[in-house]
Design a protein. Sequence first.
Lengths: 703, 140
Amino acid sequence: MADAVGRSVPRKDGIGKATGEARYADDLTFPGLLYGRTIRTTIPCGRISSIALDFDQAGFTVVSHRDIPGRNVVPLIVDDQPSLVEDEVRHGAEPVLLLAHADREKLLAAEVTIGYVAGTPVFDPELSRVCFKDVVIEKGDVAGGFAAADTIVEGTYRTGHQEHLYIEPNGVVAVPEDGGIAVFGSIQCPFYVHQALVTLLGPAVAKIRVIPTETGGGFGGKEEFPSMLAGHAALLALKSGRPVKMIYDRAEDMLATTKRHPAIVRHRTGVTREGRLVAMEVDILLDGGAYSTLSPVVLSRGAIHAAGPYRCPNVRITGRAVGTNTPPNGAFRGFGVPQTAFAVEVHLERIAEVLGLDSVRLRERNALRPGDTTVTGQRMGSDCSARQVLRAALKKSGYRRKRTAYAGTDRGIGVALYYHGSGFTGGGEVRLASRAAVELTANGVRILASSVEFGQGTRTMHAQIVADALAIPYQDVEVAEPDTSVVPDSGPTVASRTCMVVGRILERAAIELRERLGDLSPAEYFRRHGPVTVVKQYEAPDWIRWDEAGFRGDAYATYGWGCDVAEVELDRDTGEIRPLRLTAVVDLGKAIHPALARGQVEGGTAQGVGYALLEQVVMREGLMANAQLTNYLIPTTLDTPPIDVVLVENPYPGGPSGAKGLGELPMNGPAPALVNAIRHLGLDLRTIPALPEAVLEAICASR
Amino acid sequence: MRFTLNGKPADVTAHPMARLLDVLREECGLPGTKEGCGEGECGACTVLVDGEAVCSCLIPVAQVEGALVTTIEGLGTAHPLQRAFMDEVGAQCGICTPGMIMAAVTLGPKATLQEVRTKLAGNLCRCTGYEAIYRAILRQ
């Protein structure tokens, strides 16, 4: 009996999300609950000179940096970001004071005046003098490659901020409990939050546990930010001795939390007359905002993918993530790749135009094949599917026929080929050393892992993998809630690693448990011998080699592959681009749960449509000026075109049943495919979002 | 303030200008209705007032005096749309789902895809790309 994997089995979520019974952070209530509020800076750069509380403090709990018992940092890669500002102000929405009160109206009415000595802010990343990270990746002889080229094509491509816009804003509830604290909340990475609380609260708070509630969307926006928010609620709860709920409203969430890094990507490419890529230079500039957060690794991933899924013998990729005086940017589905994939795929289209070649032929000719090496020197295995997904997408969409039929009309069709490394970059998975466990119960088994369900199907997919590895019915597998006091640290729920990496650890645990059971069922073994728990730790494939300093070797254990075809219609009067249809073909190794997998592709594609055509963060004095859904637009039902999905299964031997990472992959393709469809209309756009204003300018320029 | 809530009489003491959303979630103890934006753009807080889908974040409770108010809890736990949303993965993270279902129940039988898209145009979902939501509704 091993029939759960590959079927769209009933989800472990049950019916609760559809009946209103599922409980999210704001749904939790506790006796004596206080509400928390954050008082923020109002200038982008400078020093705080005074703070005045202009309200009657009766019934209020007030927390400043002086109340922090441990270290005043939000720990991440570099501990540069304070939990609460002490003196130096680096952006205009920094937390300075925390207030709590039982009455929300009194809480919101409280006024605080902060005095400043203003500094000179920097908002343009090209003028920044703060470098969080720079990378150089080199392969072959770039100068020699350019010398051998028939033509050199250059271009600069720009992408804007993007707001995650999970429908549930960031929110947590901190609850004092027997000498310690429990934090419940909307959280992707419970052990990140746990580590942040240990750092912030210090040894005086002995017991800390973090319990993700149902989480109403994440997309990376609840990867590192909840570490900040949970710390704030915990400080208020410890000082007041009462539970404290902090739920951001939409405006605060959009103003103060992380976004996708804006990028400027410059390409210079040497190519032969026949369309062979012989030299590529790519330079990436990421705007990191005020603190480094995850910028160093966003840059690494973006850079590793910056030459696209192509084989080119001579490549130099350089990149910098720099500081500006805006709220810090951070993790967002795709993690640097949507920016660099946009650039390289639009650039490829332009190279084809210069050469007078069909851009599909150009891609076919240069696409990575098994045995080829990437920019880091990684040799592609047999599960490299670039050409396969390209051909499938052309066929499914009717690309060639439509490319001809749409010529000279107000319709256009474009293509983009992309890939995405599964799991943490380089040695990241080895350093994480994730653990996950399977334990016997009276009725079957229970999964213990810190991976969070935030819509992608974590519980269901893990249970399918374990059920099949144990050869027991799917319904006999239950999934423990990822309470840090109960489950081992399986690493964060990010980086398209939950299925491929954590799923594989669970599969190994289940296989070992199966051996222990012999001929007995889990329930029978439990009845005779009592509880058994098998914990397994991540093991890197034995062939993986990675040189972190030189960016050489196997950057990822494997890659997911994708090809999108976008069809658009232009309104020449308004400049509006209406997407008509997206075709997304992805190689995910193995669809553990086909309906959930399809949902990942459809959802990621829609998010990519918004990134390409609608979503513009307007920055004014370093702050989001349109921090509301009225004028930051994400795709509605009427903006989202039909999405055709084809799942290709070219298995990766190291993944559970051959599965690769999937979650981020579909974010990489829509923007370049849509902008290439706009190019088919004769309009030269190199910046997203492609708003009607930009399209009208391009129409004028094309005349 | 009196109104009929999920078929039963309700009598609430909240300020007349309190948002219906807060009254439902806090005073009436029905947290199935969600707040996504608080400005009537996302539709997560959709409930029915006299059979019409409205954003409860924009409605002062005074406005529903004497009205019939139905929340997701009023559909019970066995409405065919609820099962269809889970089976078809029309719910991923689930935060928009109660509002999405409350908007969808106002669709007539045998609604076309275009009717579904138009009816749900005020309900945002960031997870699904809407395709699975259409599959759930259209299988009815």
